[in-house]
Design a protein around this ligand. Structure first.
Ligand code: PMP
Length: 359
């Protein structure tokens, strides 16, 4: 029996994708072997990789002057790769701090570059994003980095910041492919795979080609976008099984109607869950409505002593992964692309019952 899995990542995958992978596991398309047994340089796997890139480009309407890379090291690896690829020693880079993942990105970048934090939402207890138009980006900044969706705090930018001529870099790990995005506004978009794209093991980096060729000489080759672009992201052995599963997820999104259909479903799920929280005096969500995430919905009960009870009873009802991040407590429902509306409906019904018994 499958449960509804609300984990923040690794996260639920579309059942159709898992079943397809299962049916192809021991003999992929008559090759007589599993994808995980194939050479990454053979024509079968190269075909899978090319298809994944083509689908990513078409789903996000990625312009031709961008490279799409499939790398390792997670989004955390990119926290270092960004300054190494885009700055020289002594440069400065601008950051916006909207929560735990911004904080980590800033700390890692500070090892390589002078970081300037243009806005710090710690004053709002990370419950919002800066007002649109309020960021003053210094013209000498090498780039402006922001976290499109804070997976732990459940804070998502409802707009794309204007960085003028300064390249805009975003961590889209927990929002990529959940709604349309104008890629042409960005210098770099990166996203770890284990939320909306597939299993852990890959990070997708979409980088404008004019930003290549600037990596510091000491940059590790596996973090060097230019070297990776030149080798089709196969400078060394890639995580072939993850890449194949991402290819299947991208095909699934296409079959469902693409990113605009994902957005329609995600908005409906988010409206249902936030509506239930707002309609109750028992549950609360700490995020300012305009910055509420469609993907990660943190919520609290009046008495923290009830949290454990909530999570345990929910798990017994087939609703798994609802604990908030260990750093903030409370509960959190991650409702990525692969979470069906029925899962959110079941969660809301459980929440109503729980409130009746404990409210
Ligand atoms: N950024 C965001 C927004 C995340 O949610 C995560 C992982 N939860 C990371 C970065 C770090 O990703 P990884 O573990 O793949 O390095």
């Amino acid at each position: 029996m499958r449960v509804y899995n609300f984990s923040a990542g690794p996260a639920t995958m579309p059942l159709e994708v898992l079943e397809r992978a299962q049916s192809e596991l021991t003999d992929w398309h008559g090759s007589g072997m599993s994808v995980m047994e194939m050479s990454h340089r053979g024509k079968e796997f190269v075909g899978i990789a090319e298809q994944a890139e083509a689908r990513m480009r078409s789903l996000l309407s990625v312009p031709d002057d961008y490279e799409v890379l499939f790398l390792q090291g997670g989004a955390t690896g990119q926290f270092a790769a960004i300054p190494l690829n885009l700055t020289a020693p002594g440069d400065s880079a601008a950051y916006v701090n909207t929560g735990a993942w911004s904080t980590k990105a800033i700390a890692e970048a500070a090892r390589f570059v002078r970081t300037q934090v243009l806005a710090d939402e710690s004053q709002s207890n990370y419950s919002s994003v800066p007002e649109e138009g309020s960021l003053h980006v210094p013209s000498d900044a090498a780039y402006l980095h922001y976290t499109l969706n804070e997976t732990i705090g459940g804070v998502e930018f409802p707009y794309i910041p204007d960085s003028g001529a300064v390249p805009l870099v975003t961590d889209a790990s927990s929002t990529i492919l959940s709604r349309p995005i104008d890629v042409s506004r960005f210098g770099v978009i990166y996203a770890g795979a284990q939320k909306n794209l597939g299993p852990a093991g890959l990070v997708v980096v979409i980088v404008r080609k004019d930003l290549l060729g600037r990596a510091r000489p000491e940059t590790s080759t596996v973090l060097d976008w230019t070297a990776m672009a030149a080798s089709g992201s196969m400078l060394n052995t890639p995580p072939t099984l993850s890449w194949y599963l991402v290819a299947l997820v991208l095909e699934w999104i296409e079959q469902q109607g693409g990113v605009s259909e994902m957005a329609r479903r995600n908005r409906a799920k988010a409206d249902l869950l936030y509506g239930a929280i707002d309609d109750s005096d028992f549950y609360s969500n700490p995020v300012q409505p305009r910055a509420r995430s469609w993907m990660n919905v943190p919520f609290l009960v009046p008495d923290p002593a009830l949290e454990k009870e909530f999570v345990t009873q929910a798990a017994a009802a087939g609703l798994s992964g609802l604990s908030g991040h260990r750093s903030v407590g409370g509960m959190r429902a991650s409702i990525y692309n692969a979470m069906p509306l029925e899962g959110v409906t079941a969660l809301v019904a459980f929440m109503t019952d729980f409130e009746k018994q404990n409210g």
